[in-house]
Design a protein around this ligand. Structure first.
Ligand SMILES: [Zn+2]
Length: 167
């Protein structure tokens, strides 16, 4: 959860509320002026109305900003939710060569073929990246530095690589 973006939205919200509050008190001042017995001419009312217009514009702009920030935050939260849901579909898996990767859970396949994903990308970048390859190693599709040893056929390449899913 990105607390700094929540903080900035809350900051915007209180500023917007402050601006609205300022406009409200100007409205009150205009009302009082109009209700007062002393008709001091229209100039004072006019000044107040101009102030009010400016304050309303400012409040309006802040509301737009606030609404955009809230939408962005909401999108961000949804993205995190989606990621957590996606991540929950995988389980830790130890290869025959004792490498640790993540494997799609059988009961979470939803019609997808069985596959493995890169634990480095998942943990560091919150990214679901497939690892693929038919030899002894599978390689992350995002970074070729993320390699995982599944088998040890060594130089006996004639033998069929046993990359069958151990399901
Ligand atoms: Zn990776």
């Amino acid at each position: 959860m990105d607390f700094s973006s929540i903080e900035s939205v809350l900051g915007l919200a209180s500023t917007a509320l402050g601006a609205t509050g300022k406009a409200v008190s100007t409205v009150e001042a205009v009302r009082k002026l109009l209700a007062s017995e002393k008709k001091s001419g229209n100039s004072e009312a006019q000044t107040l109305l101009n102030t009010l217009a400016t304050e309303l514009t400012a409040a309006n702009m802040m509301n737009v900003q606030l609404s955009e920030a809230i939408k962005a935050l909401s999108r961000e939260l949804k993205k995190q939710d989606d990621f957590e849901n996606e991540k929950a579909r995988y389980e830790l898996f130890q290869t025959d060569q004792h490498d640790i990767v993540f494997r799609l859970r059988g009961d979470q396949a939803n019609g997808q073929p069985m596959h493995f994903i890169c634990p480095v990308c998942l943990n560091a970048d919150r990214l679901i990246s497939f690892i693929s390859g038919e030899g002894d190693f599978k390689v992350c599709q995002k970074s070729s530095h993320h390699t995982f040893r599944f088998n040890k056929t060594g130089y006996a390449r004639a033998g069929r690589a046993s990359t069958d899913w151990a399901v």
